[in-house]
Ligand binder design. Structure first.
Ligand code: NCD
Length: 357
């Protein structure tokens, strides 16, 4: 069992990811066996940012497991609009619920929430940082559609700097043998340098390219993403990026017959509607796998541990402040400065950005 939170998939051993994926596949085969697994439990979904799939798939997952749901999808309808801190909201809601699913615009918000929650916290997207339950969905999709999570050439196209699903997926797939990445974006939207460091440390080859058409023939998987309008500081900057990539039937002519096209959705214009009928288009199936991945996750989070799990020792706060303007510590000033030392720099435990010391 996970004993705690799902903030970043890489906090958990890979054996646990595989276990969740295997359980999800069992649930797909015999859903009726799991219909009471969360009977009597309450899931709170706290969405400070818009969502369709993530919120509703978590809610559906809990209902299919026999549990119940509470929460908000517009913080303006909660005491957040009166100025309540994340700490206070989480302290209160974790007394009402057995698990909290949190989506928040600030990077590191889920980690911050976990400091104050008395129940497990699941990160359903923290700004442009991470989105681990989407990655469980993506891994389940690849397991079913490709039959493996290893030896894949994975193209990822679009907004690689702001796409939290991209960061979580790269971090996860780097941990499986033989995978390599073709990162397709404009120069302004390349993956953050800490993600490149993770691929390099894992010995995972990657290239950064501009052209989708040139990359397509070599790919086993193409992960398309939306340009994340809400993360841009100016509309002009967004407009410059928004129509650069568009996957259509013509581009797919040079793709392999066993390519699988994934997209976390929502789609804007980056995949033409004509692609939807292509058997290689897996994105709608991917969205339905999301319910099963989340059912498996909720079961694992509520299963008592099979073995004693040591609580990690609390960290000593440092008298430093993260300089990332999108970090949750910039918004919620009471949060302790938590860093991991990395040579001549400190890495913020909330948002992964670096601070030179
Ligand atoms: C993604 C997200 O919210 O990060 N959607 C999702 O959760 N399925 C991708 C996006 O919004 O572009």
């Amino acid at each position: 069992m996970l004993n705690g939170n799902l903030i970043d998939l890489n906090d958990l051993p890979i054996s646990e990811w595989n276990r969740i994926i295997a359980l999800a596949q069992e649930i797909i085969k015999r859903p009726e066996l799991y219909s009471e697994k969360c009977y009597g439990k309450i899931l709170a979904t706290l969405f400070y940012e818009p969502s369709t799939r993530t919120q509703m798939s978590f809610q559906t997952a809990m209902l299919k497991l026999g549990g119940r749901i509470i929460g908000f999808d517009d913080p303006q309808n909660s005491s957040v609009s009166k100025g309540e801190s994340l700490k206070d909201t989480i302290t209160i809601v974790s007394n009402y619920a057995d698990m909290i699913v949190l989506r928040h615009p600030n990077e590191g918000a889920a980690r911050a929430a976990s400091l104050y929650a008395s129940c497990p916290v699941i990160n359903a997207g923290d700004g442009g940082h991470l989105h681990p339950s989407q990655t469980l969905t993506d891994l389940l999709t690849l397991s079913v559609e490709k039959g493996r999570l290893t030896d894949l050439v994975v193209g990822i196209c679009g907004d690689l700097v702001n796409g939290r699903t991209v960061h979580s997926l790269i971090k996860a797939l780097s941990c499986y043998r033989g995978n390599s990445f073709v990162l397709i974006s404009t120069p302004n939207l390349r993956v953050p340098s800490y993600i490149k460091d993770i691929m390099s440390a894992a010995g995972c080859p990657f290239t950064e390219v501009d052209s989708l058409s040139e990359a397509i023939p070599m790919l086993d998987v193409l992960y398309m993403t939306r340009i994340q309008r809400e993360r841009f500081t100016s509309e002009e900057e967004y407009l410059r990026e928004k129509d650069v990539y568009r996957l259509d039937r013509e581009k797919l002519m040079s793709a392999r017959s066993d390519l699988r096209i994934l997209h976390p959705l929502p789609r804007v214009d980056e995949i033409a509607i004509e692609v939807d009928d292509d058997p290689r288009a897996a994105y709608f199936r991917q969205a339905s796998y999301g319910v099963y991945a989340r059912m498996a996750l909720l079961i694992r989070l509520t299963t008592p541990p099979e073995y004693p799990v040591a609580e990690p020792a609390p960290k000593q706060p440092l008298p430093h402040h993260c300089e990332n303007p999108r970090c949750i510590t910039q918004k919620e000033g009471y949060l302790p400065g938590l860093f991991t030392s990395g040579g001549d720099m400190l890495v913020c435990d909330y948002c992964d950005s670096r601070l030179l010391i």
